[in-house]
Write a protein that binds this ligand. Sequence first.
Ligand code: TRP
Length: 344
Amino acid sequence: MDKSKILTGHRPTGPRHIGHLVGTLESWAGLQDEHKCFFLVADLHVLTTDYAHPGRIQDNIRNMLADWLAAGIDPQRSTIVLQSSIPEHAQLSLLFGMLNTVARLERIPTYKEQIKELNLQPSVGLLGYPVLQAADILLYKADKVPVGEDQLPHIELARETSRRFNQLYGDTFPLPQGMLSNAPRLPGIDNRTMHTSYGNAIFLRDTPEETTRKVMGMYTDPTRIHATDPGHVEGNPVFDYFDIFCLDREEVKQYKIDYRAGRIGDVALKRRLAEVLNQYLAPLRERRAEFSSQPRMLMDVLYSGTARARYEAGQTLEEVHKKMGLLPGQVFTMQVTHPSGAFC
Ligand code: TRP
């Protein structure tokens, strides 16, 4: 058994969609058999851009959590962590801020993209986004970080931070490695990248009826006017979906032949795809309905994982304080006392 430690996470920006499912959640679920896994609910990271909508975060956390569990993230085997409930994330991020220059952070592509896309004046928090992410990873001394390609520059910063720390203060942190999933990228129903805010996503919490409606409105081959015209399979999201969700390979092969020959219409094809997709999602939806009907249980899962993680976080921060020359014994053992003298 590979004993490597894995940490990954998502910002709770809303419910998860089927692109998350096949791109990340299914592979996360599979990692749990052989690795010690930490799954982080990165709620502090949400605030780096979306700090003006405090009403949304809690709902988004609950929705994301129900989706994670439904997709097979197992709190018995893995540790689910609420970032904002473990102060050591913010503390380590502050200390790592000392080891990273502003110029280095300004060169990170996601930072430049966000400024351009959202047309905003960057905050200290946004500039420090990858520093906080480095703290998330190194706080638990994770060696592997499954992420999408866009996150690799952040992993690189975590590696540099680890190296720099070890150089200055002695061997402390591993060199974390990014792990790219080889799952195919699922397009949205309009054939652009599937994105929560583009209006082109099929969500895990959608009903079978909603799913069918979305599939029936899907983009197909725009060059095809009549069902008898020869159609294009490549670049046609209907077939991308069939390839991923239809377990009967022969059936898919036959549809492709018929489509190219102009023997099957888009409507018939989409009807079948809706059935296939609903069938694929049925067990997940059943689990999801069960979890979302028990909000207390969801929160218990979150807090018991967080409590377990906090022990490890405290150990690491204690070690970091010592190595950086701060007074030891403060972080982990100090009790919080009320002015009256009572322990809280
Ligand atoms: N930045 C990641 C994303 O947007 C979320 C994240 C926060 C993360 N901390 C992390 C991912 C640590 C991996 C490891 O998807």
